[in-house]
Design a binder for this molecule. Sequence first.
Ligand code: PLP
Length: 394
Amino acid sequence: MSKATKLIHSIPVDPLTGSISVPIYQTSTFVQDAPGLHKGYDYARSNNPTRAVLENVIAALEEGAAGYAFASGLAAIDAVVKLLQSGDEILAVDDIYGGAFRLFTHIYRKFGITVNYVDTTEAANVAASITPNTKLVWLETPTNPTLKISDIKAIAAIAHAHNALLCVDNTFASPALQQPILLGADIVVHSATKYLGGHSDLIAGLVVTKTKELGDEIKFIQNASGAILAPHDSWLVIRGIETLHLRVAEHSKNALIVARFLQKHPAVNEVYYPGLPNHTNHDIAVKQQSAGGGVVSFTLKEDTAQAAKTVVCSTELFKLAESLGGVKSLLCHPATMTHKSIPAVKRIASGVADSLIRLSVGLEDVADLIYDIDQALNNISTIKDSKTQYATLN
Ligand SMILES: *Cc1c(COP(=O)(O)O)cnc(C)c1O
């Protein structure tokens, strides 16, 4: 069965009524025939039939044993960290999502969990930095926002040789492009707020585990901590997933065209996109993901926050907002928005330059998107001046 067919039919028809759309069970509790005698559902924090459909769908899409839905991507990440104990160490990708950095550093350090950030784009760096205390290796690939690629298969082998689990934040690629469990990961997390939801209309997170045993641990944490996804939001994510393969293919197609355009623009310094042949780890990207995805980042020749601000305030179709993965194109300035909680020195060292701009390329006509970025880039004063000069010379 093809991936598209499998995806669409992983969402079941309601067995009770035949409803082709998954029913929203908006309830807090379930009536029991006798104490403990019920239809598999007792209390809606522990279990909800609408959420259960989403959890089964994401487990199927990621080829895992079990899936769990949380109130946000960060709540999903939080649940995974709760597998650890005081004294354990996380070895994490250095170009990590700002919210994950904040959670690891400012919350879990208080509980004796330490985090070592390394450049995981070279698997050898992971081998060199892993210690007997490392219980969890944390990857994002591609990373947010500089689209760094790490070799999931190679790093899974290193983690397992040291009895550590490998968790991959698969938010940027989505299971439509990349399935980390098939490459050796033990856990996959998602901010379903992005491509899985796909319409910029909800906040949600998902965890998928390779084994049932690990799934049971996450289930225990999900119920004990309680950061579950509500039934209506579960339904919205299910509805988003129905078109995931179409959307992500189109996002990727548009993004590649935009990336190629940016490479040739005189205002642009560097373009970060795994689908470009000159991307540092393009060969690994091609091996583990079927397209480049919808996010493109770039820096400006004039490497200042002011120049970046000019650009992000001059676009009309690309709306200035945090987040990504929706139908409408968005752009943001990580240094002052998504990554402002990371100290400047650390931020710049991990590649988030002052002028870095991140695009979430949407589903508009790509010619319109290019026109929009072009006119915004031409608003940078040095570019404006050189154009005026050019005009006067001629
Ligand atoms: C947005 C994001 C998160 C956090 O997800 P929320 O749904 O905003 O809590 C985690 N990882 C990555 C890569 C993200 O882009």
